[in-house]
Structures are given as structure tokens and as C-alpha cells.
Design a protein around this ligand. Sequence first.
Ligand code: LLP
Length: 424
Amino acid sequence: MAGPLPSQLLPDGATCDAAGRLSVAGCDLVELAGRFGTPLIVYDEDHLRERCREASAVFGDGAVVYAAKAFLCRAMARLVAEEGLHLDVATGGELHVALTAGFPPERLVLHGNNKSFDELRAAVDAGVGRIVVDSFDELDLLDALAAERGCRPAVLLRVTPGVEAHTHVYLATGRDDSKFGFTVSTGAAAEAVARARAADSVELVGIHAHIGSQVFRLDSFRRAVAVVAGFANPLGLAELSVGGGLGVAYVTGEEAPTISAWGESVLEAAAEAGVTARLSVEPGRAIVASAAIALYTVGTVKVLPGIRTYVATDGGMSDNPRPVLYGSGYEAFLPRAATAERPRAVSVVGKHCESGDVLVADGWVPEDLAVGDILGIPVAGAYGYSMASNYNKVPRPAVVFVRNGDARPVIRRETFEDLLRLDL
Ligand code: LLP
């Protein structure tokens, strides 16, 4: 038996009428599902903007780099640009979307542990502000690029500080055993600094570290800042990026620090560690996750007495692979009865051809959930659409931004024709 959905899992603009029917930014969710079809991902635009502003307020103008991998489309890139943030793009594809959205290139930061020569060249030609260098092989590529283009891009070196981040092993990136960055403990990081300093091909402006994602514990960030500062301070470089990774609450009972609390903690740790470099951060999830609700239509309800009830939706692991990949938990609820008790234990599954296709393994829903209902999954704004696939040739969902009673489609639903566009 679970109580009603905790309202803190909903976007800021969520309101319920007397009957418990949910609207976001003045848009009725069941009505949106009818208008745009399902699966549908609905983002509260003001919530997104508010999180950008919260981050800028605590860290300062120009110190916040939104991590595009969490959710990117051109509307999102424009929103981030309007809010004055910088943008972390980790591939040529993300770079392309950002540039075609008109994102100011000097506010772009290019990431990636295996950037190709073409990606580096595209970034330099576009005039990206920073490249975060991940390996000696990449320094070789930048030498070659400088020889070809006569460029000298401003770079940060990504280091792995050897910090355990208390998160899922796939999401931990700060430990020594990582594919990312130059390891501090082996001396590789110091060697990279010496090489970059001596090189004509790059201008070394700073150090970067990112310990992992979905991290709840502020002490993990504080420890990382202290360790990275221990390495970076003596170098006297102008910039220090401590990456992203702030976790968010997905289910009842979870509590995550706010962006402001994270910021105060990181800044305090930096001050204590004697950091004088300009500090920046790269939040992704904390900006977008709880801004969105995913809407599905219930197609079948299979009751297995004494075993389990399966509620099958018209989406699944193709639009949100996180439960399958990381065992991530989510809540389910009915937007037509968002304040209702949820006494019925169910597993919310998708329409894909495998048993692992689970969206909510242990969900609770109102007793009267029925075929045809619109089912909502909150906190669906990060790493869902961005990791979506066409498995089983299921078209990817539509995405809408809602604001002041208006719903603006920002990504149209894929069609069966789209499924053929690469097929020769
Ligand atoms: N900076 C760097 C260098 C990163 O690699 C990442 C995330 C971020 C910033 C943003 O981290 P965030 O603030 O969003 O935690 N697919 C996984 C998350 C992978 C994160 C990858 N890197 C998930 O669904 O949980």
C-alpha cells in the first residue's frame, strides 16, 4: 500500500483540481495525451528555466555548463542559451544540434573520451570555447589539428581523482579504474599537464573532474573538490571544473540536495581547499529530471493471483532504458487521480519483446486503474529520451514544453516512415 504520489516528485508547475486531476503549467495532462498521443514526454518549461537560474544564482554567471546528454533538442539548447548557461556537448552529434540551434559556440564545452579528429576539427572550426581533453591520444590529435589549422584551442585536462562517489557502478567515473581522463595517482595527470603546457597546439587553461552521476551525498562532492584542488591548486591555472552529478529523487522517501545546497557545499569546499581558480560545474540531471512527466496509455492489465499484476504501456525500454540498465526506480500514478491513494501493487512494463522490459518494477497505482487509462511516470526528464532507441521498431515519443497554459511540441513523434529513413 502506498499513499498518493509525493508532490515533490512533480514539476514546479503541477496543480491539481478538486477531483485530483493534474495539470502542469495550466495544461491538463490527460488532455495533452489525447491531443499529442502517447507515449508523450511533457516538460514544464518554467521549471527548466528556474533550475538554470538557481544554478546560476549560486555558482555565478558563466559558471554553469548544462550537460546536454541529459536531454537535448534545439528548443532545449535555445532555452539554455537564453538562461545564460554554457553547454557541455560530448559528441559531434550533440555539437551539431547545439550549433544548428544557434547556440553561441564560445559558450560550448566539448567533452568525450574518444573524440575523433573530425569532431575536434568541427569543434575548432565552429569556435567552441573549451575542449576538455581526455587522453594522450587526444593531445596527439590536437597536435595534428594545430598543424592543419594553425589553431590553439583553450583546453582543460580531465583528471580522475580516485574518488568513490556512492552511486551505481556504471555511473561512477571518478575512480582510478575508469575509461575517463588522466589518472592522478599514476602520475598520468601530472605528465599530461607538463605536455599540454609545453605544447603550441593547445592553451592549457584548467583542470576538470567529474566523479559520477546521481550522487546524493554532498560529502562525496566535497571530498572530490578537496582531492582535485590538491592536484590543481599548485598548477596555478585559471579554471577548475568539478563536473556534474547531483542526484535527484525519483521515488517516495528519497531526498536529494537542492542545486543551491549543492552549490553552497561545493563552493565552501573549494574555499576551504584554497581554490583560487574560476570554478565551474556541469549539472545535467538536476536541471531537467523532475521537469518532465512521461505519459503512457495502459493497454493491458494482466492479473496473476498471488504473483503479480502487470500493467502494460505503449512505451517501455525504448523510451526509458534506465530501469533496465541501472535498476532505477520510478513511481507510477494516474494524472486523472493524482492525489489518490495507490493501494494496488503492479509492475509497469512496456510493449517490447522481452521480460526485462520494465518501467516500474514495484509500482503502486490506484485501485481502479483500467485499460485505456493515461499513466504518468514523474521525474522522466533526464536520460530517458536522450537514451531512447527504436528497439522493436517502436517510434520514439513526442516531446512537448508546457508554459502558461500552452503546449509547444519540441520533438515530433517518430513515424513509421521515419523508421525507414536510413534503410537503403
Ligand atoms: N559532466 C560530465 C563530464 C559527465 O560525464 C556528465 C554525465 C555530466 C557532466 C552530467 O552529469 P549529471 O549532472 O547529469 O549527473 N545515463 C545515466 C547518467 C550518465 C551520466 C553521464 N555523464 C543515467 O541515466 O543515470
